[in-house]
Ligand binder design. Sequence first.
Ligand code: CA
Length: 516
Amino acid sequence: MPDIVPICRRFVLVLLVAGCMPAVLPAAAQQPNIVVVLVDDMGAMDTSVPFLAGPTGTPKKYPLNHFYRTPNMERLAARGVRFGQFCAMSVCSPSRVSLLTGQNAARHRVTNWIDPNGDNRGTNGPADWNWAGLKPGDVTLPSLLQKAGYRTLHVGKGHLGPQGKPGANPLNVGFDTNVGGGPFGQPGSYFAQHGYGKLAGNKANAVPGLDKYHGTNTFLTDALTLEANRLVSEAVAEKKPFYLNLWHYAVHAPFQADPRFEEKYQGSDKPLPSRVRAFATLVEGMDKSLGDLMDHLEKLGVADNTLVFFLGDNGSDAPWGDHQAVACSAPLRGGKGSQYEGGTRVPFIAAWLKANLDNPAQKALPIAPGTWQPQQAAIQDLFPTVLELTNTANPQGHVVDGRGLKTLLKAEPDPARPERFLMHYPHAPHQCDYFTTWRDGDWKVIYHYFPGKSSGGSHYQLFNLKEDPFEQSDLAKTSPVELKRLMSGLVAALEAHNAAYPVDQPGGKALKPVVP
Ligand code: CA
């Protein structure tokens, strides 16, 4: 397949010569900057911005939205569109690889969180899952943008490959710089006094590249923000477009309180558990970082040419109680790792930082400020969206499961887009073990390969999300026609993605879901 980018540019030149203004971007020098702020373990409810619809279909504030304080997310949401049904995978590494490759985890086969020390498939997990993670030569968003002339900057948590494998370092999968990324999923410590784990705490998870802050009072979230701002300044000085991952360790455990915000969550007639208060400070510290980044990009004069995607990597891990129940993601059921909506629903905002209708990139991808998109989308959709915006070709042979968000970002309905989502977790142990879920329209089925307590002993759970968005009424026994239809869809989706299945015993044969 020929490289279509130079061809596009020649085509644009011809149009310009002819006096026509094309709808695509005119030249590399004006390529938009892309920022992906990914917050670890932030679910849809861990914010003062409402991401759930109420009964009328418009955003509604629930009690958790009144507890958390995220004024800068509110500021970003006012400039762009936020989604009411945005899904990620239920744990860290699968989502991260989906974002970078545009593929569902069932296809790229990084279906579990990556253990830095090796293969953690679980007793009945598939031997052919991708426990080594990303490797050099894999098609990734930063590797494509790097070839297209972008500075590709990674700051924060990576978790894309285990220790001793190339994916442990973001530099091996398309990034020009890496500050803070390693094979592990949580920091050794959030405190500079601990050297972020190098001097105290969990030393195996010492966050690299931040030695200059050791011994100061700089909380990890702030150190990463300062580094992101520094790298962005360098790219702007070089007149290079940039792609920035600001992938926070916050708000993942360990729940160490961010001292800058601790006082706000202290006083109450009914004192909250210290872990909950610490979690809330991690959320607010992350939000402060977003504000600092927005301010910095405005000062650099690149706000109108910078597109920000803000999202979480899996459902909430807030320490409010049972992750199978209505608790940390209330009113949604479940949290990180679970088979319920609270396991996969995350906040999502997309915004140009400053509206400018004359900016060619904004013309190519208009985003309606202060708007709400109720339609479902997922983390793998960012890949095709960014490729289209930047006129970057997807290499032949690389299957993309995500669908471009151009219509949805305008806050318009996209009737051609199927309301479907596949979530495949053929591993253990986690909040729920060995399961696949399949959403199709109003219905969602959960298949349990080894039925246990969390499934009521059944292979199947079935919910009508339109009538029962918080998954309280299991209809698997009373709606056999819908169960059969949804299970047929689930089986077909797994086959279409070439998924790896759990096995009946270690070294045994693959267990494929059964349509009842
Ligand atoms: Ca995570």
